[in-house]
Design a protein around this ligand. Structure first.
Ligand code: CTP
Ligand code: MG
Length: 396
């Protein structure tokens, strides 16, 4: 086992906010940037910096999730990390982190998990610049021209050369920061950041160069920026994962001629009535595939407004459907379809039906099963057939 010297610097990573402005389902720290969350990226940066005690301040109820991210990022430095529960405000969350400091700590850095892509060098630079009596913040120049406004009026220009945008981590000598936090909580004042709180206690704060990459993920636009930096492929929502679709169809027995079902002709069996050949198995498969691809339904593509399909068989419907799915950018994974009905007796021709349907879909895997309904319902009374199909398709 490697013995790590006890560090004298601690980094409190505040991750207990809910992320209201981001508007995701999960708290902001647990929203994915790529395959890793905001918190995981922040912690990767923290553990790539000089060894320090790492205190993750998690939203109440998410301590276990934070622990998982901490262990994954810490590697063999996991003894340096722990998770504590945050509070209602950022200030309370930092206070919860301060309460978990080890005795040997002399320098405390407070870092927003939301600044997930902060370079480790920025963390080290802040830690190195803290002195026994002064705090340090990273800051970058303000680029926009700023105005002081009042209701609808521009009241004054603001000289931006006097301004800087504050980032994190913000570093402080431990004793003075603890005292400043105690004073702030006694006064009940909420400060916008740790530097403001520290300065209010009468201590100097200096600044060093921050970096563009240390921007805070606040809005969906910021999340998109982080994804762009990490080169996450921008794709329309939902197209990066497999997609599933369901289709059902029901036809009554009736009419003249032979039955067509599952792409096969069944001489001597009573036909199904309906537009085209009444092949309810094929029609359910078409709807499942169109549904998976988000392409509407069978009525839209093959209904009565398309007389060219009247009397067409499964091979025509399915080939056209496969073409539509492919043009929409998907490959068919597999299709599973089941019909309920007393007739035809299916088992003997199952393989033949599956081959026929698969060929019509360009070779995709198709499974067909059949069941009776124990004499119940319209299928049990032999009035018709009911079919359910599911299809899985992949982008690409
Ligand atoms: N934070 C915290 N505890 C709180 C509020 C905020 O630990 N009660 C943390 C956030 O998790 C974030 C950092 O402080 O890492 C900066 O806060 P902000 O960007 O405002 O995050 P949220 O408060 O989560 O977002 P919002 O204000 O949009 O709800
Ligand atoms: Mg907030």
């Amino acid at each position: 086992m490697t013995l790590i010297p006890v560090p004298t610097t601690a980094i409190i990573v505040v991750a207990a906010g809910s992320g209201t402005r981001l508007g995701a389902v999960a708290p902001k720290a647990f929203v994915g940037i790529d395959e890793h969350s905001v918190l995981r990226h922040a912690l990767d940066g923290v553990f790539a910096a000089e060894a320090a005690q790492v205190i993750v301040v998690a939203p109440s109820g998410h301590e276990g999730d934070a622990e998982t991210e901490l262990l994954a990022a810490a590697g063999d430095r996991h003894d340096l990390g722990r998770v504590v529960t945050g509070g209602e405000t950022r200030q309370q969350s930092v206070a919860a982190g301060l309460a978990a400091l080890w005795g040997d700590i002399t320098t405390v850095l407070v870092h927003d998990a939301a600044r997930a892509l902060t370079p480790p060098a920025q963390i080290d630079a802040v830690a190195a610049a803290v002195t026994i009596d002064a705090g340090v913040i990273p800051a970058i120049a303000v680029i926009d021209t700023l105005k002081r406004v009042d209701a609808g009026d521009v009241v004054a220009a603001v000289d931006r050369s006097e301004l800087a945008a504050a980032q994190t981590p913000q570093g402080f000598p431990r004793g003075l920061l603890e005292a400043a936090y105690a004073a702030a909580s006694a006064s009940g004042v909420e400060y916008t950041d740790d530097a403001a709180l520290f300065a209010a206690a009468g201590h100097p704060v200096r600044h060093i160069a921050g970096s563009e990459r240390a921007f805070k993920i606040t809005t969906p636009g910021d999340l998109a920026r982080a994804r762009q930096i990490l080169n996450v492929r921008a794709e329309p929502a939902g197209t990066s994962s497999p997609r599933i679709g369901v289709g059902t169809d029901v036809h009554a027995f009736g009419g003249e001629g032979h039955l067509w079902l599952a792409g096969l002709e069944w001489p001597g069996e009573q036909p199904l009535s309906g537009h085209s050949d009444g092949d309810a198995v094929a029609h359910a498969v078409v709807d499942a595939l169109l549904g998976a691809a988000g392409l509407g339904d069978i009525g839209e593509h093959f209904g009565t407004s398309h007389p060219e399909y009247a009397g067409a068989h499964a091979d025509v419907f399915l080939a056209r459907t496969a073409q539509l799915v492919s043009e929409a950018g998907f490959t068919i994974g597999n299709v599973s379809v089941q019909f309920q009905g007393n007739r035809p007796r299916f088992a003997a021709r199952r393989a033949e039906a599956e081959r026929t349907l698969s060929a019509a879909l360009g070779g995709a895997s198709v499974a067909v099963t059949a069941t009776t309904t124990d004499g119940l319902g319209f299928t049990g009374r032999g009035e018709g057939i009911a079919v359910t199909a599911v299809a899985l398709i992949y982008p690409g």
